[in-house]
Design a protein around this ligand. Structure first.
Ligand SMILES: Nc1nc2c(ncn2[C@@H]2O[C@H](COP(=O)(O)OP(=O)(O)OP(=O)(O)O)[C@@H](O)[C@H]2O)c(=O)[nH]1
Ligand SMILES: [Mg+2]
Length: 368
């Protein structure tokens, strides 16, 4: 029997836990091969959630309570994970809201996905079969949907449809290898960072559809403007894709700057100046991508690994040159020469940037 512990953070959820806990253990009794425990992490809720929990513990010996002096969802999860691992040595941990938004009947589906080989299973409201509540206000729908869309694009991971919902099953090895990096994040950013860091550790991630139900009792604790700001900040500081685009822009500046100096100031030969400046930009891009954009899969092993990868990098760059030249010529043949700079911009944004990014990930900085 493998052990799974469901970590339930609570803040003023007395009424909800009274309803939720019996439901969870009812479902838990129906799954074979798994011994399911629940740990409630309560931040000394003023509504005395803990009293409700203590009463329930008498009926459910696999229910546990952790009291926490501090507030904050991220901290509640990290403390809950740590205590669960120390006290119960589980194989799997669950994240789940205590406000009945997450239906316990999905638990067996999470376990099935884990048994099929996933390391990290996300309950998704945005994949086929999942849903958000109809009666959510327009604001909340928009924030939630666009929040998730921005993250999918910002990380260039369109296949992961859900980044903010906290209904998840995560293998303990993933928690152990990422929790130190999650200490500084709170709220939704904690949830986003948990997926990002797991991906960077090579965890296999999958999703199951869930129908999100609005809370019946109690109050929500989120602030939306802060939410959007924090998401942008996290993407800008952590997305390999965003960093790669920034590196690309520095390469552009180096290429143009050097060409200008060589051609205008030093009066060097134009073809020679172009080769020097383009190759300098390529070298700089390679080094910056290796040490910054893809630092989590940095090339190791000295010159012997560096040189072949650098040659491949040059090949990919040559490929993008050919694509650009061919593409612009094609546009010009069809539409005429006037708008060549527009065609160039379109080709760079929609073809060159994704093309190089995909090849870098597949050929040079491979997932470990
Ligand atoms: N221990 C602890 N739990 C918290 C804290 N803040 C929120 N939670 C719990 O975390 C879970 C998710 O928080 P919610 O307030 O439901 O946030 P939400 O699900 O995004 O929004 P609503 O469902 O609209 O309220 C709930 O079970 C909360 O009780 C906290 O400071 N400490
Ligand atoms: Mg909720």
């Amino acid at each position: 029997m493998k052990k799974a512990v469901i970590v339930l953070p609570t803040y003023n959820e007395a009424k909800n836990v009274e309803e939720l806990i019996p439901k969870i253990f009812q479902i838990a009794a129906t799954v074979a091969n798994w011994e399911i425990h629940v740990i409630i992490v309560d931040s000394y809720s003023p509504d005395r959630t803990e009293d409700a929990v203590i009463k329930l513990i008498k009926r459910y010996p696999r229910l546990h309570l952790l009291r926490l002096k501090e507030r904050g969802l991220g901290l509640a999860y990290l403390s809950g994970f740590k205590t669960a691992i120390e006290k119960l040595q589980p194989y799997l941990l669950f994240e789940m809201d205590a406000d009945l938004s997450h239906d316990p009947k999905n638990i067996p589906e999470f376990l099935k996905a884990i048994e099929a080989g996933s390391d990290f299973v996300i309950g998704s409201r945005y994949m086929k079969g999942g849903s958000i509540p109809n009666d959510w206000g327009v604001h909340r729908k928009i924030f939630s949907f666009f929040g998730n869309l921005i993250i999918r694009l910002g990380f260039m991971k369109p296949k992961i449809t859900e980044w903010t919902n906290g209904y998840r099953a995560i293998k303990v090895w993933v928690i152990k290898s990422t929790s130190d990096q999650l200490k500084n994040y709170s709220g939704y950013v904690f949830q986003i960072a948990a997926i990002d860091r797991a991906l960077k550790q090579g965890a296999r991630i999958s999703e199951i559809p869930i129908k999100f139900v609005d809370r019946k009792h109690g109050q929500s604790k989120i602030s939306f403007p802060q939410y959007i700001f924090d998401i942008f900040l996290y993407i800008f500081t952590n997305s390999s894709f965003v960093k790669y685009v920034i590196v690309g822009m520095t390469g552009f500046v180096i290429d143009f700057g050097l060409s200008f100096i060589f051609i205008e100031k030093l009066k060097a030969l134009v073809w020679f100046s172009t080769i020097i400046s383009a190759e300098t930009a390529i070298i700089s891009n390679f080094l910056l991508n290796n040490s910054w954009s893809f630092s989590h899969k940095k090339l190791e092993g000295g010159l012997l690994t560096y040189i072949p990868q650098f040659l491949k990098f040059n090949l990919v760059s040559a490929g993008s040159l050919i694509i650009q030249a061919g593409g612009i010529q094609l546009f010009v043949n069809i539409f005429g020469r006037e708008l060549w700079y527009l065609y160039k911009t379109i080709i760079i944004i929609f073809i060159i940037i994704p093309y190089s990014y995909i090849l870098y990930n597949k050929v040079i900085w491979k997932e470990r």
